[in-house]
Design a protein around this ligand. Structure first.
Ligand code: UDX
Ligand code: ADP
Length: 479
């Protein structure tokens, strides 16, 4: 029998845990939702009284947190106490790719999942449903199960705790997290025990139509998540490969996308060529599939998926090489204004952003970068690029200069990025960039000046009519 859940604990207050639990709390006022994290700073930010410094930027999230926080949504560092009270514990911690040891560069590091499972094993009381929410390699549920069933009862327990394990992967995308969580295409719940599956389904039924809640076995659920991300990433690598061909042959990738996307079997979404996919999931999940396939003796399958990542890496370098070539083969002493550092619009997340590799390539060539992004914290840019920003120098003629080649500085305004720039490079599709007044900005650039639009969001005619050279991704039509 499904039981009525009164208390939920989510371990991990990150990009997945924070928004998912906020939306759940919003729709389930009778359930107390406690989001816990070992990172005190992150929890303090979630508890920021005026909601200006939430650790995650997602459209619509502030309003939900404002409505629920302190009522049935709580953010805290009291991991143990909240596990003990919970009927359901979601594990939503980070699972980055391993950097060393067996499987380095491909397998996921399950250190944080394992620690969380051990905590649940130790502190949970009575019967607890444990839900894998983080994207995890296939068969991780087995690891969690083993840890949970081998837990010994503590001295205060007359009976050992009992557990059910479910896989309930999250399919939301950043930047549209609230929208995706409110109206998901499907909710996937994988597990062995039907009562546990039904208990979790009952929670989602508060706001998701029953027909959208799919039940599978646990391995299918884990594999479906990796496969969904691999398929999406594969589409992007496919269209990016065609963008290179369009540039070489005189085609236009936007026209090709529209033509193939109107075939209902292909579909029109996820066919925008860009600077290469980023984000915390795509690369990691494909490398996980690659690792699994090799592990299970399927090298051809592994090679197939690995190709998607190779193409993405190649494509990012292709963009930087092209810029270097157009700027006469050298970037030394040249200023490039970079518009956008987040891996896509409407998020402050830079994980695996194409901007990282492209900016590194340009810095290596001696470029002086002025990086603008409306949401990304400059500290993240420093960490990603591995170098701190250089203070801008304001000269007597009111122009801004850098001290040295191969350095970067944060541009707080778009006009700071365009001032005396030899080139502007659009890397993230923030809406404000599509509204730039090129007639005005072009006046303060250094000629011959270039605009590189890796997202196809600029009004080409307006840029060209302002006297600027223009390149955009996948356009071989000689505008
Ligand atoms: C992805 C999946 O979409 C989501 O279902 C899963 O839960 C997590 O991983 P996310 O990484 O947040 O979500 O962003 P997504 O919108 O999928 O974009 C990923 C990358 O692909 C971004 O860098 C984006 O700019 C790029 N992209 C996307 C393109 O280059 N072209 C497109 O047409 C779509
Ligand atoms: P995701 O994108 O998967 O949500 P994030 O890195 O944004 O990943 O968030 C994961 C969160 O999990 C981080 O805030 C991290 O501090 C937290 N975390 C990791 N291990 C533990 C743990 N053992 N207990 C509580 N929180 C944890």
């Amino acid at each position: 029998m499904a039981f009525k859940v009164k208390n939920i604990c989510c371990i991990g207050a990150g990009y997945v845990g924070g928004p998912t639990m906020s939306v759940m709390a919003d729709h389930c006022p009778e359930i107390q939702v406690n989001v816990v994290d070992i990172n005190h700073q992150r929890i303090n930010s979630w508890n920021d009284p005026d909601l200006r410094n939430l650790p995650i930027y997602e459209p619509g999230l502030n309003e939900i947190v404002k409505r629920c926080r302190g009522k049935n949504l709580h953010f805290s560092t009291e991991v143990e106490r909240n596990i003990a009270q919970a009927d359901i514990v979601f594990i939503s911690v980070n699972t980055p790719t391993k950097t060393k040891g067996f499987g380095a560069g491909q397998a996921s590091d399950l250190k944080w999942v394992e620690t969380s499972a051990r905590k649940v094993a130790k502190y949970a009381r009575g019967h607890t449903i444990v839900v894998e929410k983080s994207t995890l390699p296939v068969r991780t549920a087995e690891v969690i199960k083993e840890i949970l069933i081998s837990a010994k009862p503590s001295s205060d327990q007359s009976e050992p705790s009992t557990f059910d394990i479910l896989s309930n992967p999250e399919f939301m995308a950043e930047g549209s997290a609230v929208k995706d969580l409110e109206k998901p295409d499907r909710i996937l719940i994988g597990g062995e025990n039907h009562d546990a599956i039904n208990t979790l389904s009952e929670i989602y039924k508060y706001w998701v139509p029953e027909k959208k809640i799919l039940h599978t076995n646990i391995w299918s659920s884990e594999l479906a998540k990796l496969t969904a991300n691999a398929f999406l990433a594969q589409r992007i690598s496919s269209i990016n490969s065609i963008s290179a061909l369009c540039e070489a042959t005189g085609g236009d990738v936007r026209e090709v996308s529209r033509a193939i996307g109107s075939d209902s079997r292909i579909g029109s979404r996820f066919l925008d060529s860009g600077p290469g996919f980023g984000g915390s999931c795509f690369k990691k999940d494909i490398l996980n599939l690659v690792y699994l396939s090799r592990y299970f003796g399927l090298p051809e399958v592994a090679d197939f998926w690995e190709g998607v990542v190779h193409l993405n890496n190649w494509h990012q370098h292709r963009v930087s090489q092209l810029i270097i070539k157009k700027l006469f083969g050298t970037l030394s002493g040249k200023k490039i204004g970079v518009l956008g550092f987040a891996f896509k619009a409407n998020t402050n997340d830079t994980r695996e952003s194409a901007a990282i590799q492209i900016c590194k390539d340009l810095l290596e060539e001696g470029a002086r970068l002025f990086i603008h992004d409306p949401k990304v914290n400059p500290l993240n840019i420093s960490n990603d690029l591995g170098i701190s920003p250089i203070n801008k120098v304001l000269e007597s003629n009111n122009s801004l200069t850098f001290q040295s080649d191969g350095s970067w500085s944060k541009a707080s305004q778009i006009s700071e990025a365009t001032k005396e720039a030899d080139a502007i490079l659009v890397l993230t599709e923030w809406e404000e960039y599509s509204k730039i007044n090129w007639e005005k900005e072009s006046k303060q650039m250094r000629y011959p000046a270039w605009v590189f639009d890796s997202r196809s969001i600029l009004d080409a005619k307006r840029v060209i009519n302002s006297g600027l050279n223009f390149w955009r991704i996948g356009d071989g039509t000689n505008l």
